[in-house]
Ligand binder design. Sequence first.
Ligand SMILES: Nc1nc2c(ncn2[C@@H]2O[C@H](COP(=O)(O)OP(=O)(O)OP(=O)(O)O)[C@@H](O)[C@H]2O)c(=O)[nH]1
Ligand SMILES: [Mg+2]
Length: 255
Amino acid sequence: MSKLWQARFFTTVNHLRDLPRTTVPEIAFAGRSNAGKSTAINILCNQKGLAFASKTPGRTQHINFFSIGGAHVAMHRHDPINMDELRCLVADLPGYGYAEVSGNAKLHWQRLLGDYVQQREQLAALVLMMDARRPFTDLDIQMLEWFAPTGKPIHCILTKSDKLTRNEAVNVLRQTQAKLDSYVDEDGEGFPFTVQLFSALKRVGIEEATAKIEELVGLNDEPDNAADDAAAQEQDAGDKTGDGAPADTDPPSST
Ligand SMILES: Nc1nc2c(ncn2[C@@H]2O[C@H](COP(=O)(O)OP(=O)(O)OP(=O)(O)O)[C@@H](O)[C@H]2O)c(=O)[nH]1
Ligand SMILES: [Mg+2]
């Protein structure tokens, strides 16, 4: 079971000053309006109504945060989050490029987005969701170029791949990786940019995306396991230096 399945709604933010004062790593889903961000978050978190998904573009207008960890509190929405157990936050960013939004509102979103991705220290990585039929619109490139200087990873997810033939999908994947590889820093070094195909409809790429996101946000570095491992090692050392035979070499007690 993916740890992402523990996700629960955390908070909605409309101004940078209201960003959660958490220190856990964050991963943000960015992309054009209608690219399929909310749908993908719902699928990856295995919860139908977690993030808003809609046929009306421009639906996600604020930054919605979801928490992973804090375990059981997810079942009791009104319980305060157990901050000690919080592992990471997932941010569903407002979609950009929606034509029918008025000038001021659009500017507000773009500033919110730009400032958030460039300045948020806790932001560990960006998931850039692009419709596989038309990746790298101007605003996608804008987003990529805002974030690239941070040196943090970007994982591109090419959504709605069910709309492409197998050949078209293979080609767009290859072209996208080539485009990502063409970005280099001042020293000519490439950036940690990766890409995959995805379809919520056909459930393609879910495992790949889950594994990548868990890796990027450090959900695989399980502190509980680390503690267990340390305890096990201590136990092991104790067994070896102990005076009796280890317990597990005892003969079966019956039959
Ligand atoms: N065919 C197909 N349609 C999809 C897929 N994923 C999402 N959609 C559809 O695309 C539309 C937009 O999806 P959303 O998840 O709401 O998009 P969004 O990126 O969150 O949009 P904003 O909130 O406006 O930024 C919805 O009608 C979804 O049903 C997919 O994998 N395949
Ligand atoms: Mg959305």
